[in-house]
Design a protein around this ligand. Structure first.
Ligand SMILES: Nc1nc2c(ncn2[C@@H]2O[C@H](COP(=O)(O)OP(=O)(O)OP(=O)(O)O)[C@@H](O)[C@H]2O)c(=O)[nH]1
Ligand SMILES: [Mg+2]
Length: 661
């Protein structure tokens, strides 16, 4: 059988877990051999974090009732033996639902009250405040209770029109989209703004995040969903229904939210089972499906091989009851295969690059330390061997010389301190150009311009001007990093020549990754500044939320760039500390050797033997390090392991449940 998406994702997860184990082992190895200094430890930690944090976000987007929740149930939750996410006719999922797994927290459903929209805090900010969420523990061992608990994502409440307007669910300009007013004078609005399900599914454990969305064209859709969550998803599955075709509202959602996105887009034409007709031959239905597929591809302007006619209902039923015919007829494997074959290799490449870059940095840093230690030991050996056969007068003279040299060496401290002062000042200047204040300043200017733009005509221009200015700041920081590198190269050359250091400047810091991230944010946010959003942007609260969302996105980029620059500098200057320590230790050893050699000649031989074995050990250590780095690199570049389908099951024992869909 062709491996399903779940199966492939599991393989990616297993591969990543393997990388994490190897990173942990490498860290222990360095620690055991006194090579895990602060920069090395930070480099490894950041590598481990990036490998672990690489999430794969797949969003399911569609008009209401197209079968998003049912499709998620069929792909991810069939092994619970029942329907887990509520999927019923009509509007069901009332707020965006994020399914993910954080092992530090118990399985739970977290719900954010819709009234938080009245404040200015963005969803990203509220995520950091656990008290803002209502937390419901989840019964993961009892699928029936679990499904019951999850029905809360469908909750609504009735409020006066005024409250609905304040929450963004009532728009006087588009009365046709407003919810009907009941006899009590109230209208129905969602009870929650966002839901997060923390669920120990093997795939979620391995970094998959699934985003189920409520029908998107509904007015009052969470702004953060449209400007932040969807654009940052790695893939979206857009769902149509075979019995309705591409409707006007489907098309509006596609154009407003998915068209032009630089992400992987898949289109599912769901509910093909509904086309079965006792009066038509099977072949006729097939022709109809093929025609609909071609038409959909043409209307949405996507390649036909990205359009998948399927039946989520048959797929779920087939998987739950084990009916292979139903599963085959559902055609769900075609979509799962495409997701697995196109999406996962992409994610894998990103992680491989992270590992390659991280290892290159680490190897350069640790390799330099080891090479320097070897050089020291070699010099010591030359000196010790030259002592053979020397009389005590000569030894005393050598001892005196060693002491004098040690004194001269200590004079380097003044130079090192002077260089440090310059270095600190330059680094501070580089960091200031991409600090938080700069970000705040620029976004406030943007907000001001947006507020005053007539019908937001100048919004796009103001936004792209801000992005250009921020890009310049990053480029400036990059240039300043280059200047620091030049300064360090000159100072290191001087210290090496005058005091016998073996300092080498690491390769200049590279901030292009952050410039690329900024470009992506620019592309994603740009579409929300067009005329169709003008009305919403003229609302002060929406504008403030927009700014906060933007700032939190930009902050990640700028803080990342600051962190990279700081780590680079730390790595460069940590060399001095470790070499100072090594040099001092060496002088001390030299003195001890000479004192010992003054005693008996066996002592000198014992010392030579000791240093020789030290040299052999260092050589061995270098080889071991190279082998470990190579193994990790090979693992990162290697094929994904073969994982059996059976591993994609819930690990917690489920109580026997009758199969029920
Ligand atoms: N016949 C048929 N019905 C389906 C299929 N998939 C979903 N449905 C039905 O369509 C209805 C809506 O499905 P949901 O999964 O709730 O749709 P949704 O897109 O999540 O809708 P909202 O949550 O309201 O945005 C339910 O009654 C499902 O049983 C399918 O493949 N075939
Ligand atoms: Mg739903």
């Amino acid at each position: 059988m062709v491996a399903s998406f779940a199966n492939k994702l599991d393989a990616l997860g297993a591969w990543r877990a393997g990388l994490q184990t190897q990173i942990g082992e490498l860290s222990r190895f360095l620690f055991d051999h006194d090579l895990l200094d602060e920069p090395a430890s930070e480099q490894l930690e950041s590598l481990a974090q990036r490998v672990a944090a690489e999430k794969l976000v797949v969003a399911f987007v569609a008009e209401f009732s197209r079968g998003k929740s049912e499709l998620i149930n069929a792909i991810f939750f069939a092994d619970t033996g029942r329907r887990i996410l509520p999927a019923t006719p009509g509007r069901t999922t009332m707020c965006p639902v994020e399914l993910s797994y954080d092992p530090d927290e118990p399985p739970s459903l977290k719900l954010l009250d819709i009234d938080t929209r009245l404040g200015t805090q963005s969803l990203a900010e509220l995520r950091a405040h656990p008290s803002a969420w209502r937390e419901v523990p989840l019964n993961v061992r009892r699928p029936d209770l679990l499904a019951e608990e999850l029905t809360q994502v469908t909750q609504t409440k009735r409020v006066p029109v005024e409250a609905a307007r304040a929450l963004g669910f009532w728009d006087d300009e588009h009365p046709q989209d407003n919810p009907p007013i009941g006899e009590d004078g109230l209208v129905e609005v969602p009870a929650w703004r966002h839901a997060i399900i923390n669920y120990p599914h093997p795939l979620l454990k391995r970094g998959l995040v699934v985003l189920d969305t409520p029908g998107l064209n509904a007015i009052g859709a969470e702004p953060e969903l449209t400007v932040s969550l969807l654009p940052s998803a790695h893939a979206t599955v857009f769902i149509l229904a075979a019995d309705t075709g591409v409707t006007k509202t489907d098309l509006a959602i596609w154009r407003d939210h998915l068209c032009g996105q630089p992400l992987a887009r898949y289109v599912a034409i769901n509910k093909i089972d509904a086309l079965a007709d006792p009066l038509s031959a099977h072949a006729e239905v097939e022709i109809h499906i093929a025609r609909q597929r071609a038409q959909t591809a043409r209307i949405l302007e996507v390649p036909e091989n990205r359009v998948f006619p399927l039946s989520a209902k048959l797929a779920l039923a087939g998987r739950v009851t084990g009916d292979a015919d139903d599963l085959r007829a559902s055609r769900i494997l075609d979509l799962e295969d495409a997701l697995g074959q196109q999406l996962l290799p992409q994610r894998r490449e990103v992680i491989e690059q992270v590992v390659t870059d991280g290892l290159a940095q680490l190897e350069a840093h640790v390799g330099r330390r080891l090479a320097d230690r070897r050089r020291q030991v070699a010099e010591q050996l030359v000196e010790l061997r030259s002592l053979r056969g020397k009389n005590s007068g000569m030894l005393a003279a050598l001892l005196k010389r060693a002491e004098a040299e040690s004194g001269e060496f200590e004079e380097c401290i003044g130079h090192v301190q002077a260089m440090r002062a310059v270095h600190t000042r330059m680094l501070k200047e580089a960091l200031v150009s991409i600090g938080n204040d700069v970000l705040r300043e620029h976004t406030e200017v943007l907000q001001d311009k947006l507020r005053h733009a007539v019908l937001n005509l100048g919004a796009k221009k103001a936004f792209s001007e801000m992005c250009a200015a921020l890009r310049q700041r990053l480029e400036e920081a990059q240039r300043k990093g280059g200047e620091i590198q030049e300064m360090l190269t000159a100072s290191f050359a001087k210290l090496n020549a005058e005091y016998g250091f073996g300092l080498a400047t690491p390769k200049a810091p590279d901030l292009t990754r952050f410039i690329r991230d900024l470009d992506l944010i620019e592309r994603n946010y740009m579409q929300y500044l067009g005329l169709s959003y003008a009305v919403r942007l003229s609302n002060a609260r929406f504008l403030e939320q927009f700014r906060r969302m933007l700032v939190s996105k930009l902050r990640v980029v700028f803080e990342g760039a600051c962190g990279e620059l700081e780590l680079w500098n730390k790595t460069a200057s940590a060399q001095i500390d470790s070499q100072l320590r090594d040099r001092r230790r060496n002088f001390k050893r030299r003195r001890e050797s000479l004192e010992r050699a003054q005693g008996a000649s066996q002592e000198l031989e014992a010392r030579i033997y000791e240093v020789e074995s030290q040299e052999a050990r260092l050589k061995q250590l270098q080889a071991q390090l190279a082998a470990r780095v190579q193994a990790l690199q090979a693992a990162a570049a290697g094929p994904l392991p073969n994982v059996q389908v059976s591993s994609v099951t819930i690990e917690l024992p489920l109580e026997a449940q009758p199969a029920r869909v």
